[in-house]
Ligand binder design. Structure first.
Ligand SMILES: Cc1ncc(COP(=O)(O)O)c(C=O)c1O
Length: 413
């Protein structure tokens, strides 16, 4: 019998471990001993009072955006020129990176990821991403009916190049092309940032792989503005000399950059020395935009453009962002120092919004996750570990957290 729902999507539902954990924390907070509850689920930055932090610099600019600009459609499907130029300036020009690129506005980084899968792979082909990675990658892949192959993120405390090479080789041999995701810097969920050498090895491999078939590298830069070096030119410069058979797609997100998670502003930034292929890909992505979301939030794009073009406000923005990054650093240090003292195993954190407990035995991890909930600690259950969003936990609450987790762990062993 036919149903309302298409057979292709039967059984699909939202299984968002972040929202689930956060709801658990909110419910528990309303009960007795609510002050002991830790809500370490959400990847949005909360200040030391527990309020969602918003950049004054950004919202002052937003307040000045002409209401006609907020009301109107964007002046083009790929986004207004002033926005597209601003993205290039923010990522490249001001960081002394000279590189040709094409920008297509997308609703957040999520739109960029989704459009890239859709326009690279046919249903049944395979997307490659890290085994320990952002949960929605899986949901986005399912939207396009593509298979998933994963590479191990780490070999000890370093990027697992061997696994990256093996998985991408296998997919190339089987399917004749590769779409692979790398999330760097400040990887979600581990907080890892790859070294120059690791990037060199990755790119040398992908360049060689491109002799066998097209290689699309989706570089997810959702947390780029929280990289401690201040900019990321050292990596973008490497994209200037890639094989003709390689396309790099940066998935840019203004969600963290502007503390504008709900504004849904982002972009695909396309880089390739093969101009004809790049052009064809760009057209397909623009067509996706028209057919899936139409245009992106114009007020949000205008706000980003005025942030990029307003040197005075940028100083204020930088000060505010430094304050956020110092806090992240302090929070990470509290957790990591205490974890070391009580022998809690963590993935190699360098910077960013999350620290992840390493629990490789899945059954043990699931049991620990449940036991932690009972103890009022709500963190996110991911493959290979439990993600702690230090971006949303105040210092006072982080103090003692490692021991609380360790005690729960030992009691349930
Ligand atoms: C790793 C990663 N990629 C992409 C995104 C996409 O974010 P948005 O769609 O809000 O821009 C996020 C958001 O949390 C993320 O953590």
């Amino acid at each position: 019998m036919k149903r309302f729902i298409s057979d292709k999507v039967l059984g699909r539902k939202i299984n968002d471990v972040v929202f689930e954990a956060s709801q658990g924390a909110i419910d528990a907070s309303n009960k007795e001993n609510g002050h002991r509850v830790i809500n370490g689920a959400f990847g949005t930055f909360f200040d030391e009072n527990g309020d969602l932090f918003t950049f004054d610099s950004v919202y002052e600019l937003f307040g000045k955006v002409d209401r006609v600009q907020i009301a109107k459609y964007a002046s083009g499907i790929p986004g207004p020129k002033v926005f597209r130029d601003a993205v290039k300036d923010w990522l490249f020009t001001r960081n002394n990176v000279t590189i040709d690129s094409e920008v297509i506005a997308t609703p957040g980084g999520t739109g960029a990821l989704s459009s890239t899968i859709k326009n690279t792979l046919a249903p049944g082909e395979t997307v490659v991403y890290p085994e320990i990675g952002w949960g929605p990658y899986k949901t986005i892949a399912a939207q396009h009916n593509v298979n998933i192959a994963t590479y191990d993120m780490f070999d000890g405390d370093a990027f697992n190049i061997e696994s990256f090479v093996k998985t991408t080789n296998e997919v190339m041999d089987k399917e004749g092309k590769v779409l692979v995701f790398i999330n760097d810097p400040c990887q979600n969920p581990t907080g890892y940032t790859m070294t120059n050498k690791e990037w060199d090895t990755v790119l040398t491999h992908l360049n060689t792989l491109a002799d066998k078939g097209p290689v699309v590298l989706l570089h997810d830069i959702a947390y780029i503005d929280f990289h401690k070096e201040g900019h990321y030119g050292r990596i973008f410069n490497k994209f200037r000399n890639l094989s003709e058979n390689m396309l790099v797609v940066l998935a840019f997100s203004a969600s963290k950059t502007m503390t504008a998670y709900g504004m849904r502003v982002g972009a695909q930034v396309l880089i390739s020395s093969n101009k004809d292929e790049l052009e064809a890909f760009k057209h397909a992505c623009e067509n996706t935009a028209r057919g899936v979301w139409s245009t992106v939030n114009n007020g949000g794009m205008m706000t980003f453009a005025s942030l990029v073009n307003n040197k005075g406000v940028q100083e204020k923005y930088k000060k505010e962002k430094d304050w956020v990054m110092n806090l992240l650093d302090e929070r990470a240090s509290i957790l990591m120092d205490e974890a070391a003292k009580v022998n809690l195993d963590l993935y190699p954190y360098k910077e960013g919004f999350f620290v992840t407990l390493k629990v490789t035995d899945e059954a043990e991890k699931d049991a620990l996750h449940t036991a932690l909930k009972d103890a009022g600690i709500f963190i996110v259950n991911i493959k290979g570990g439990l993600r702690i969003a230090i971006c949303s936990i105040q210092k006072a609450k982080l103090k003692g957290l490692a021991k609380r987790i360790k005690d729960v762990h030992d009691a349930h062993k």
